[in-house]
Design a protein around this ligand. Structure first.
Ligand SMILES: [Zn+2]
Length: 199
């Protein structure tokens, strides 16, 4: 069998970088794309470029946004005295979907994982501490995954953020063990938030 044309091979390689895309599905997508109507692929290419150019990270909370600071940080109707700490921007959308939380957010950008060389200084912990400095935040809700790194990071935060007048809580278990927030369904997440407990 003759080899695939080079551009298709490159397209497959590029698609393989996407999460959850294995070699077979990358190949299927690539072959589908090169045979799709031109308007469709142009639209896809434009959507990718536009999203990449227009979406940025909020300089306050780390969520994905077009305007900086983001709507979560500037919306007066949200409770400014509570900050919910999550690992990734996608977790914010999971929590928003649960419909039970109306405070602010803070994205850590990862978890403490010594084996992968990720220490506290690699995460957005100093900016979080800075947000707590004026004493206007009364509760920090830690909403990290239930895997080993999530647990370790939660404990690290509870120890290092502790100060007079600040409640530090964590969402209740009931989340699938060893997984992240993005896999929790809305009801589970809503209950986990409501059943949060003090450290
Ligand atoms: Zn923000």
């Amino acid at each position: 069998m003759p080899a695939l044309p080079d551009p298709i091979v490159r397209l497959i390689a590029a698609l393989r970088h996407l999460p959850g895309v294995g070699p077979r599905s990358a190949e299927r997508m690539a072959l589908n794309l090169v045979q799709a109507p031109t308007e469709e692929t142009t639209e896809l290419a434009q959507a990718i470029r536009e999203a990449r150019e227009r979406v940025r990270t909020c300089s306050v909370c780390g969520s994905l946004t077009e305007a900086d600071p983001c709507a979560f940080c500037t919306d007066d109707r949200r409770d400014t005295s509570v900050i919910c700490v999550v690992e990734q921007p996608v977790d914010i959308f999971s929590i928003e979907k649960s419909g039970t939380y109306r405070g602010r957010f803070h994205v850590l950008g990862g978890k403490i994982a010594p084996l992968d060389g990720v220490g506290p200084e690699d995460l957005s912990i100093a900016p979080l501490r800075a947000r707590l400095a004026d004493g206007r935040v009364h509760e920090v809700i830690i909403a990290l995954g239930t895997d080993v790194e999530g647990e370790a990071t939660s404990h690290y935060l509870s120890r290092h953020l502790a100060r007079e007048g600040l409640r530090i809580t964590r969402i209740a278990h009931g989340l699938p063990a060893g997984s992240g927030l993005e896999f929790a369904d809305q009801l589970t997440l809503a209950r986990a938030l409501e059943g949060r407990r003090e450290f």
